[in-house]
Design a protein around this ligand. Sequence first.
Ligand SMILES: C[S@@+](CC[C@H](N)C(=O)[O-])C[C@H]1O[C@@H](n2cnc3c(N)ncnc32)[C@H](O)[C@@H]1O
Length: 296
Amino acid sequence: MTDESETRNVRPATDVERSDPRAMHAANRAAWDQAAERYEGWFDEAVALIRAGGSNLFPVEHDLIGDLRAANGGAGTGRAIHLQCAAGRDTLSLWNLGAREVVGIDISPRMLELAARLTDATGAPATWIEADVLDTPHELDGTGELDGTGDLVYTGRGAIIWLQDLDAWAAVLRRLLSPMGRLVIFDGHPAEWLFDADEEGRWIATDYDYFGGAEASRGWAPEYIDHLSVAEDDQSWKFARAWTLGEIVTALLGAGLRLETVAEHPVDWWAGHRDIRPELRGRVPLSFSITATRGD
Ligand SMILES: C[S@@+](CC[C@H](N)C(=O)[O-])C[C@H]1O[C@@H](n2cnc3c(N)ncnc32)[C@H](O)[C@@H]1O
């Protein structure tokens, strides 16, 4: 996510750009390939965590996901599918939590190269698929089985803001769920774009336009990706937007999913608001979660 106050390379997407969601996704692919450089630096840490049987997920996510070994009417979780899996650390956390097999889908080949290295280093039963999430293939694991599904479909932590067609996304989520499968989303709250810290660590309003739609940016927030070896002015433009909770929920309902829970959390999932005084944290929703089933 881009912190507007930290970069001068931010502008509203033009009407021409907005008219072509796939072109915006292609630009995001190039930008995330560049950002994968940062994930390369986190690789050894990821190997150590996964080898030790650990999980990178937050306690709130563990609560939402539940006991994967007991899920699915006691049969356990066969396949967990992670959309926008990046370099695979969260995906393999689902394996450590009890999924027998994991599938990760991401648009960035450089991220998936890292994910494959993580598989080699840990022996995890993982399949990595390079695709725009909107084009997630019907065959997931090379067996020829079409319309492959997961007992858990998981996504979030900075995923939805990069997508420019939520109705198409929601249809993919529903297609990927097994009949008894569960969808778990844990992602940044759109309201977090509206708040920042002043020099004394108090909440202040940003000038972000909550209803403004996609914005184009170059450069990355120092709390997350920060500086890359490619200079900011030479980086690819990327397109993100704070989809409102209403837009997200409406897209999921429109796809026919049955929502179980919708919740807001103060969890600062990317430490983007770490300059806020401790006693003032917890007042602003910084993340949200949704759980759902296929609805038939
Ligand atoms: C903030 S990262 C997600 C972080 C992730 N939770 C993790 O494990 O670190 C966003 C990811 O979304 C991917 N992405 C962005 N747009 C995408 C799209 N249209 N289809 C598939 N992946 C996409 C990027 O390549 C990137 O790896």
